[in-house]
Write a protein that binds this ligand. Structure first.
Ligand code: IVH
Length: 670
């Protein structure tokens, strides 16, 4: 055993060192392949000798453990926020006030970047990472230790000297490059892209599968150190961060000690422009008093320290001519107007196009032909149209008239009451809709028929072989061979076999993904899952009335209506029947499992100790129950948490609904 233990420790130490050199010093000391081989060797050994596997092993960086729930943890030191301002005058006031208060004392400030990410706190004991917690509400956050371990710039073990017990605070950021790559992939797979890197970072830290989090390429930037009074830390903020860097943390190199307001303002001015060259988003500058013994003297206001302030950058804005408007047709027929702009540089990138959202948006903004539009880019990277540059409005300008026919097929557009968008109703013959639906159907998160790319779909459509999703399952070998002979997508013997095998393989895709693949408006991946779990099979889903559909968690009235309408059409029913004959999964495996709550409807209310709201709802569904938002005679139980509304309680009592606590609920299902 001893030699094995020693070898595992050596492997781990070497992997840690290589990781450090790669992420901190940009130095690759071995090839990726060599690195992967060492990692695999250590993983194998850990599987073989689990008793020798360290919870801080570099194999944790790859992830693979599943977070069932994110335990709520009370912060040892509350995570305060900072007072912030957009005004330089208020920074001047902050500086003057601090100087006055410290009356004649020698001191300086540190200026540093304010990262636009997710704040977390990392607890280290004896140089080892023991816990990672999100900021949450500042008092209580979520334990995200498993996911944090996958972030390469979070040290698992510290280097050199370190305080025995302390907390490192910093921000988890999603670098632009990795963020954009991930969003492109999401869109290709039919998932909603994240709005900005901050939301994406936050979502990533809450992923249940840590291996998924490992793929996200997040970074941790450290900016603050806290320790109990018994532990001695350097007496300047600058010195503390310097030390943290030696321990192996990624600390921004741009932090600057500033002696006076002139230097502070110069730092702010510089970064207001230079921020766009950074690989990640910042949304301001943080100014702190450098000498930490002065922090106590300055003290706190209600929720933020008096020894620090944040200056926030205003979103950058430019004015540029609107050249034309294109109208894109999506797979569900929805029309999206897009402004084609005179290319203009904004926050480090060239902007050529920006969405105009829908007809209401254009009307609300009052956009006229020949206008100049104001484009803004905030902390996020997607530029937004925020208005018309009225100074450049031409005399006699004419308001943009929205199209009334589909730009692709000429069919008059329709607009459903209560909805902002126009759409083309010619779903059967409008080219981008047909191809879009097919692309969605075969995409990875749906039926995952990889060998059917957009080019091949065009080819099959052009040849009249595939007009709708059910046609895919009628394809025969002899129809395919030689198709598109002169084109890149042409199909040969082997290609035909592979394609047919991939189609056959897709009949094993679970029911919830089949529901998603149908491409019903508003039914995304999550909605499809909820519908599938609720109704358990296609027949029940197909037969459901709008009101019942709207009962499903995360399915609003609009979606419920869209689902009911989709299944009401005989063409769609026909397609569904053909998919059934083709052997697709029309029921879920959870259908037969006889859950403890089968057939029961529960209502949950208040806050719980062991579950978040979403978790308890998911738990109920996993046990076969349904969750409803309102109490009725049909409610089996009301699960009452703390701080639940008095109306719910009253109603439950009146209707004689059984009220149970969280613990009673847990007994009930386990
Ligand atoms: S210092 C007690 N430094 O901004 C002061 N915060 O409201 C602790 N932030 O929640 C914070 N970059 O998430 C500090 N360089 C930086 C920062 C930073 C980003 C965030 C942090 C905090 C918020 C301030």
């Amino acid at each position: 055993m001893e030699p094995v233990r020693k070898h595992m420790e050596e492997l781990a130490a070497e992997l840690d060192r290589l990781n450090y050199e790669y992420y901190m010093n940009d130095r690759s000391l071995v090839s990726d392949q060599q690195f992967d081989e060492m990692m695999r060797e250590l993983q194998d050994l850990e599987r073989q000798y689990p008793e020798l596997a360290s919870p801080l092993s570099p194999t944790k960086r790859v992830g693979g453990e599943v977070n069932k729930t994110f335990r709520q943890v009370t912060h040892r030191f509350p995570m305060l926020s900072l007072g912030n301002t957009y005004s330089i005058e208020e920074i001047e006031e902050f500086e003057a006030r601090t100087r006055r208060f410290l009356d004649g004392e020698q001191f300086s400030y540190t200026c540093e970047l304010k990262y636009d990410g997710v704040a977390i706190g990392l607890t280290y004991r004896h140089g080892q990472l023991v816990q990672a917690v999100t900021r949450g509400n500042g008092t209580v956050g979520d334990d995200i230790t498993l996911n944090a371990k996958t972030i390469p710039t979070i040290p698992l073990r510290l280097r050199g000297d370190y305080p025995d017990d302390f907390e490192a605070r910093g921000e988890v950021v999603y670098p632009f490059e990795a963020f954009e790559a991930m969003n492109r992939q999401r869109e290709a797979e039919g998932d909603e892209p994240f709005a900005n890197p901050r939301n994406a970072a936050s979502g990533s830290l809450k992923l249940q599968d840590s291996a998924e989090c490992a793929k996200r390429k997040l970074q941790f930037c450290m900016y603050f150190m806290m320790a109990p009074d018994s532990v001695e830390l350097p007496d300047t903020h600058y010195g503390r961060l310097e030390w943290a860097r030696q321990m192996g943390f990624k600390v921004q190199p741009y932090i600057k000690e500033c002696k006076n307001i002139g230097e502070i303002k110069a730092f702010i001015d510089y970064w207001d422009k230079a921020r766009w060259d950074l690989p990640y988003a910042i949304d301001g500058i943080v100014i702190k008093v450098n000498q930490t013994p002065l922090w106590d003297r300055l003290g706190l206001t209600a929720k933020s320290p008096r020894w620090a302030i944040a200056f926030k950058f205003k979103a950058e804005r430019v004015s540029t001519p609107l050249l034309s408007i294109s109208y894109q047709v999506g797979r569900t027929g929805v029309i999206t107007p897009v402004a084609n702009l005179q290319p203009v540089s904004l926050g480090g990138t060239v902007v050529r196009r920006a969405t105009l959202v829908n007809a209401d948006f254009i009307e609300k903004m009052g956009i006229c032909y020949g206008d100049n539009l104001l484009i803004e880019k905030g902390g996020e990277i997607i530029p937004k149209v925020v208005g018309v540059d009225m100074e450049k409005r031409k005399e006699g300008a004419v308001a943009v008239k929205y199209i009334d026919r589909c730009p692709e097929c000429g069919t008059p557009l329709v607009r459903v009451e209560g909805e902002a968008g126009h759409y083309c109703p010619n779903s059967d013959h409008c080219h981008p809709q047909i191809i879009g639906r097919l692309e969605h159907f075969v995409s990875r998160k749906a039926m995952n028929i990889e060998s059917l790319g957009p080019e091949r779909l065009e080819l099959l459509y052009g040849a009249g072989l595939v007009r709708n999703i059910a046609d895919i399952y009628d394809l025969r070998r002899e129809q395919l061979i030689g198709l598109g002979a002169d084109q890149a997508a042409s199909i040969q013997d082997k290609g035909a076999d592979n394609l047919l095998a991939a189609i056959e393989q897709s009949t094993r895709v679970p029911f919830e993904r089949v529901v998603f693949a149908l491409g019903i408006r508003y039914v995304g991946e999550v909605g499809a899952k909820k519908l599938a779990r609720y109704f358990k099979n296609m027949d029940a889903l197909m037969a459901a009335a709008e009101e019942e559909l709207a009962q499903v968690e995360d399915v609003g009235e609009v979606t419920a209506k869209a689902v009911a309408e989709w299944f009401a059409l005989s063409e769609h029913r026909e397609i569904v029947e053909r998919l059934r004959v083709a052997g697709l999964q029309f029921s879920g495996r959870w259908a037969a499992t006889g859950g403890k709550l089968d057939g029961m409807t529960l209502v949950v209310s208040g806050v719980f100790e062991h579950f978040s709201r979403d978790e308890i709802k998911a738990d109920i569904e996993n046990h076969g129950g349904k969750v409803s938002g309102s109490i009725s005679g049909k409610t089996a139980y009301l699960v009452a948490g703390e701080k639940m509304g008095p109306e719910k309680l009253k109603k439950a009592e009146k209707l004689g609904v059984k009220i149970i606590s969280e613990l009673e609920y847990m007994d009930l299902v386990r």
